[in-house]
Design a protein around this ligand. Structure first.
Ligand SMILES: [Ca+2]
Ligand SMILES: [Ca+2]
Length: 164
């Protein structure tokens, strides 16, 4: 009798788990390896690259180096970085086009939200054109050849399909 009860319980547990996994499956609209937040998907890399190579790798995978539209999104990204114990990561901003005027690359979109650390961007040694996010110190401009982890961002499948 007891083993029968246990077997029924186990069956119900499996059924419940199956239902949960199925629901997660329905809600998931980002490719494997990408994390959904809002209507976007984010990929946090395990390799360090120069800013240019980071942007290239994101674009190869149908995305761009992450752009941040508001404080809430920045908090989410910092949470991602903290979960992997990354202190800094490249973002998609650059002032390559006009010194001191940072835009979101590769499309040159205007930054409506910025969060530069005090004294930044400072174009140190006249050689800093790329945007780095520091989980403690916010944004700064850095030498684009420096090697850092990076975050790619793309619209999720549903939003992407609607737009595309
Ligand atoms: Ca600069
Ligand atoms: Ca700087």
């Amino acid at each position: 009798m007891l083993s029968e009860d246990l077997s029924t319980m186990s069956y119900q547990l499996e059924l419940g788990l199956g239902l949960c996994i199925c629901l997660i499956g329905v809600a998931q609209t980002c490719s494997e390896g990408w994390i959904k937040h809002g209507s976007a998907c984010y990929h946090m890399t395990a390799e360090k690259e120069s800013w240019f190579d980071a942007m290239n790798m994101c674009q190869i995978h149908g995305s761009v180096l992450a752009y941040i539209l508001h404080q809430e999104e920045e908090n989410f990204i910092i949470g991602l970085m903290n979960s992997k114990h990354f202190n800094v990561a490249w973002l998609g901003g650059s002032d390559w086009n006009l010194e001191g005027s940072f835009l979101w690359e590769p499309y040159g979109d205007k930054m409506n939200y910025t969060n530069f650390a005090p004294g930044e961007p400072n174009n140190h040694h006249h050689n800093e054109d790329c945007l780095l996010l520091d989980t403690n110190l916010h944004w700064s401009d850095r030498n684009c050849d420096d090697m850092h982890f990076y975050i790619c961002k793309k619209m999720d499948d549903i939003t992407g399909n609607l737009i595309g």
